[in-house]
Design a binder for this molecule. Structure first.
Ligand SMILES: C[S@@+](CC[C@H](N)C(=O)[O-])C[C@H]1O[C@@H](n2cnc3c(N)ncnc32)[C@H](O)[C@@H]1O
Length: 254
């Protein structure tokens, strides 16, 4: 029996945010860039999708910044979904959390009946193969009304013909991680060990292992791949709204 006191979801979220900030140097700035676009482009009562939401960092921040907005947050990791449900419950009926696997053809079935003014995703779509990414972008273009926007924040790695940019980005990542871990941030593995060790989370952690077993890391898809895939998917205008080294926020407008 595990008699360790459980950490509240917001404490797990805070530890997650410190962990993610070790891998994404200017994570808050890139959230701000995404939210500024929503502020400039959408009415205050917009409804958005947080795609691969993790424990709810993006949706939680956005719901605090935009008090009339609402969010649907989706992911497929049961541990992260558990934390996201706990965190986003604070926003009442302005937030809902759904389980879906983006590599499935029918990944958008749980979203039936919902319409979105925006889709946001952070540090997540690099988990998808180029084929799955194009399929997800194509479905998102179908789900969004004309004028709606997609914003994807992620490391979009430089190619073999950009060796200087690639090595500057890699060295910057190394230094940021070293400083963050020295200051006490969890590593990715530390955080999942912490979450899996919470009382009652054993079966949830086992389900996580089952779901993600045998999914290899994907080859990096550079910026030009995303821009082309978004155009092919049916988005009218695509471009970068924020960049720091290889960390980008890409915008696509329906
Ligand atoms: C690095 S985390 C980022 C989470 C969150 N967006 C953030 O910025 O904190 C990557 C997320 O992608 C999710 N993910 C990976 N593959 C997925 C899939 N096939 N379907 C749904 N979510 C997936 C993971 O479960 C995880 O929550």
């Amino acid at each position: 029996m595990n008699d360790t006191p459980s950490l509240p979801p917001r404490d797990l979220l805070a530890r997650w945010d410190d962990q993610q900030a070790a891998y994404v140097a200017h994570r808050d700035l890139r959230f701000d860039a995404m939210f500024d676009v929503l502020d400039l482009h959408l009415p205050p009562d917009f409804h958005a999708l947080d795609l691969a939401c993790g424990p709810g960092s993006l949706a939680d921040r956005a719901l605090r910044r935009f008090p009339h907005a609402s969010f649907t947050a989706v992911d497929h990791d049961p541990l992260l979904l558990h934390v996201a449900r706990g965190v986003l419950a604070d926003h009442g009926d302005r937030a809902s959390v759904l389980d879906t696997d983006l590599v499935r053809d029918d990944w958008s079935a749980p979203l039936a009946g919902r319409t979105f003014d925006a889709v946001l995703s952070s540090t997540a779509l690099h988990w998808l193969s180029p084929t799955d990414l194009l399929r997800v972008y194509t479905r998102l273009a179908e789900l969004l009304a004309p004028g709606a926007v997609l914003l994807n924040a992620d490391h979009l790695r430089f190619g073999p013909d950009q060796e200087t940019l690639r090595s500057l980005s890699a060295e910057h990542d190394t230094r940021v991680q070293r400083a963050a871990f020295a200051a006490g941030a969890d590593t990715w593995d530390d955080w999942f060990a912490l979450a899996a060790g919470q009382p009652g989370m054993g079966p949830v952690a086992a389900e996580r292992e089952r779901r993600f077993a045998g999914r290899p890391p994907q080859p990096p898809a550079p910026l030009h791949f995303h821009l082309s895939a978004l155009r092919t998917a049916g988005f009218g205008e695509v471009g970068t709204v924020w960049q720091y080294l290889d960390d980008h926020v890409v915008l696509a407008r329906r």
